[in-house]
Design a protein around this ligand. Sequence first.
Ligand code: SF4
Ligand code: SF4
Length: 131
Amino acid sequence: MADQEKKPVDTAAIAGMLKKKEPEMKRILNYCVHCSICAESCFLYMAHNGDPQYMPSFKVINSLGKLYKKKGNVDRKFLEGIKGLVWGNCALCHRCYCPIGIDIPRMIDFTRSICRSEGVYPQQDGGESWL
Ligand code: SF4
Ligand code: SF4
């Protein structure tokens, strides 16, 4: 196991990152009316026969949404658990359409940067298969 993987998560640093973008991100999260219109414009959702794990809003609510809910007080297992959602299940292609203008890739990108700050990201030699 790499040293980085054993390091405890810096929850204060995560909380700080979340706080910095809180007004913008929380507003967006609260605007989502769960209409699922974004789903059909996501090629990964369509390519996976409507698997909800690929639904744009699902990916955000179950990663960034949970980070805000827990106020950044998460452990490495949590971050490893959302890694697949924010890297494997989204290509940041910006094709998803939301009628009220919610910018899904922007939120997924922000979640990636939080994971990355703790060394949680796909490893080239880790044998992980993405997309
Ligand atoms: S289309 Fe917009 S409002 Fe509807 S579920 Fe997707 S992100 Fe939420
Ligand atoms: S940015 Fe992500 S959620 Fe949006 S269409 Fe592309 S793969 Fe789907």
